[in-house]
Write a protein that binds this ligand. Sequence first.
Ligand code: FE
Ligand code: ZN
Length: 237
Amino acid sequence: MLDICTVPCRVGYMDNLSYILVDRDTGISAVVDPSETAPIIAKCAEMNLKPDYIFNTHHHFDHTDGNLELKKLYGSRIIACQADAERIPGFDLGVVPGKTFSLGNSVADIIDVSAHTQNHILWYFKADKALFTGDTLFNLCIGGLFEGSVEQMFDALSKIKALPDDVLFYPGHEYTLQAVPMAEHFVRDDAALKQYVQNARAQIARGFPVSPVPLGLEKKCNPYLLPDSPEQFARLF
Ligand code: FE
Ligand code: ZN
């Protein structure tokens, strides 16, 4: 069993979301995408833990800027896609898409979603129904194509669409409200989207991120998850 704590970072300018994961059986812990250190250090102190690992989804600075400081402070080992070893600050150990990584007794499948960047990975804790999507999938939108093609992004999102509807996803940024107008333009399931947006506004008004949302709902409301062919998908760009 995995406990997940969301830590908003760079609030108000990049609106990153980092996460602290704790494997309940063993107490072994990790930080996903430490974009800045102060809020993470404060939360770790509150939880009285020293993260054993840092997991990165991709190399961008707003996901890795905290790597070195946390490693120095806690001795955390930095884990990222093996193929991106040279671009990850403080890289210690590589994971390989198609293989798994164990955080204590919680096991993550590593899924390649090269598109936003090459060697962007998803951390998918299948038994815990938790998916960390970095800058590939956001609420109602997706990350930009910095290093990959539209076709690669379609393939990446197809892998996410193939996962069960009851999996909760945890994105790398809180960008929901900016994405609403485009979703309203493209999405046909009005009732589902209205409910989604209402819930999103309520969460944000209370100072919480919108995530996690179940993939089943996201598949109905995110315009980038609707197309079934690369041709349809390409029309969104
Ligand atoms: Fe990014
Ligand atoms: Zn980012």
